[in-house]
Design a protein around this ligand. Structure first.
Ligand code: FAD
Length: 296
């Protein structure tokens, strides 16, 4: 029986594994897609302390090599269901495992616009996170897509860095809270385009412009998509308390079920970043170690 099964091999899961393996625990990591998680698709990371610049895939690979050297056991399987109890069960598309504790570190996915070549341009003009990539667009022109709180927070931050910011919202009104709308209205370099959507992304290796639904072409250097995130927590429904947006509802690493912990972007929290994911991974692992000490 495993001491801990970690679901998700992103930065949160790998940080938790690092602590648990160094504490000599028997650990299995289950990953359904890419070892490394979301960051693997980022061409350049500049906000991970101690490393000035690194590609996301190289950073993820460094994390993987560190846990691999400690003997990490990883299976590429998708978790479909978990069962609580003193002995917990983790059921994947291929196997059923037993363990004393579980760390859920399944992350989230940015919602895309569904446009042709959108995925190819991620990191080359198409972005999701201003605190990650906003600085690349100093003195440039960008578009933010969306009209909710995240979109406005992004547009307000970008307005301080960029020459010009377009905010493009499908509805004929902004859904963000009033205080944010007031802050946005004070930014002279932001142009809000309501009742518009992006029809086409132009550029092959790098985004050059976007075409709107009325065929207007806007020259932009970058586009930040802020139309929501999708947490990957469906398998935990009915066992773990989720909030109204499907994030695991917990203030720290402990969930409502004893011995089941959570780390990273899949949990309810304000900031979803590499450093916050690693922080969560540490907290979850240390809580697991304490839990295992008292496990009978
Ligand atoms: C393009 C891009 C660029 C980014 N750039 C930056 C940046 O520069 N700086 C920064 O701080 N942050 C950046 N981020 C955000 C950062 O990548 C995330 O905050 C971080 O990866 C979260 O880590 P995590 O381990 O919680 O989740 P994730 O990285 O999402 O990892 C979760 C893993 O769990 C797996 N999983 C999900 N469900 C299951 C299941 N049922 N069974 C098995 N496995 C499952 C997923 O496949 C995934 O590999 C960026 C994100 C993207 C998409």
């Amino acid at each position: 029986m495993y001491d801990t099964i970690i679901i998700g091999c992103g930065p949160a899961g790998m940080t938790a594994a690092l602590y648990l393996l160094r504490a000599n625990k028997k650990v299995l990591i289950l990953e359904k897609e890419t070892i490394g998680g979301q960051i693997s698709s980022s061409p350049l990371v500049e906000n991970y302390p101690g490393v000035a610049q690194i590609s996301g895939s190289a950073l993820a690979n460094n994390m993987y090599e560190q846990i691999d050297a400690l003997g990490a056991e990883i299976e590429l399987e998708e978790v479909k269901k978990i069962e609580s109890g003193i002995v917990k069960k983790v059921i994947t598309d291929e196997n059923e495992y037993e363990c004393k504790s579980i760390i859920i570190a399944t992350g989230s996915k940015y919602r895309l616009l569904g446009l042709e070549n959108e995925v190819d341009l991620i990191g080359s003009g198409v972005h999701f996170c201003v605190s990650c990539d906003g600085a690349f667009y100093k003195d440039k022109t960008v578009a933010v897509i969306g009209g909710g709180n995240s979109a406005l927070i992004n547009a307000i931050s970008l307005a301080d860095i960029c020459n010009k910011v377009y905010l493009i919202q499908l509805l004929d009104y902004l859904t963000a809270e009033k205080a944010l709308q007031e802050r946005l209205s004070k930014k002279d370099n932001v142009e809000v385009l309501l009742s518009h959507s992006v029809k086409k992304l132009n550029g092959t290796d790098q985004l050059e412009s976007i075409t709107l639904d009325d065929d207007t072409e806007l020259k932009v250097d970058g586009m930040f998509v802020a139309v929501g995130q999708i947490p990957q927590n469906d398998f935990a429904k009915g066992v773990i308390k989720l909030d109204e947006r499907n994030y695991i509802d917990s203030d720290d690493a402990k969930t409502n079920e004893e011995g089941i912990f959570v780390a990273g972007d899949c949990r309810k929290k304000a900031y979803r970043q590499l450093t916050t994911a690693c922080n969560d991974g540490t907290n979850a692992a240390l809580d697991v170690i304490a839990y295992l000490d008292s496990y009978e």
